[in-house]
Design a protein around this ligand. Sequence first.
Ligand SMILES: [Zn+2]
Length: 190
Amino acid sequence: MNKAIFLDRDGTINADKHYLHRIEDFEFLPGVIEALQKLQSAGYLMLIITNQSGIARGFYTEDDFLKLKCWMCEKLSLLGVKITDVLYCPHLPDAKIEKYRRVCNCRKPALGLFEQAIEKYRIDLSQSWCIGDKIRDCSLVEKSECRGFLIGNNEDAAVIDDVKKGKYRNVRYADNLLQAAEFIIGEEKL
Ligand SMILES: [Zn+2]
């Protein structure tokens, strides 16, 4: 069994810009590379799980998304970080592009992509974590032994406040990915 970090992409790894899809607009958030290096050294698989409704909305194509994904993974690989997989949902129930118009089971908070990854990479959820800037990135935490972090300021202030007050079981708050990574690694040493 493997342990994993289920990472959101936009707003967690890179700055969340409106339906980002151009390589030249992609910007790693501060501390992200260091955070990923540390988590990898601690033995976690890196699984990116991302909603990409911009594909359904016709703002960019699946191919645009895949090109950016390859570029990002290569960039990280040069810095010593291996992304095990990137799983994405291109759907929306009212999509402009018909091909992607459906009520799917993979758009977070739905768990479809998590379930695929858990099976394919034999993930032990009791040793794994979800990290994202929206509470829906931690939907797996509610349903399993997996723990999670909500990071940054992109979620509603009331939700952030509730997370800080401990109202979401097993979801903690951190300012950014590096802070979350340091907590996770600190926890391992206990
Ligand atoms: Zn989907």
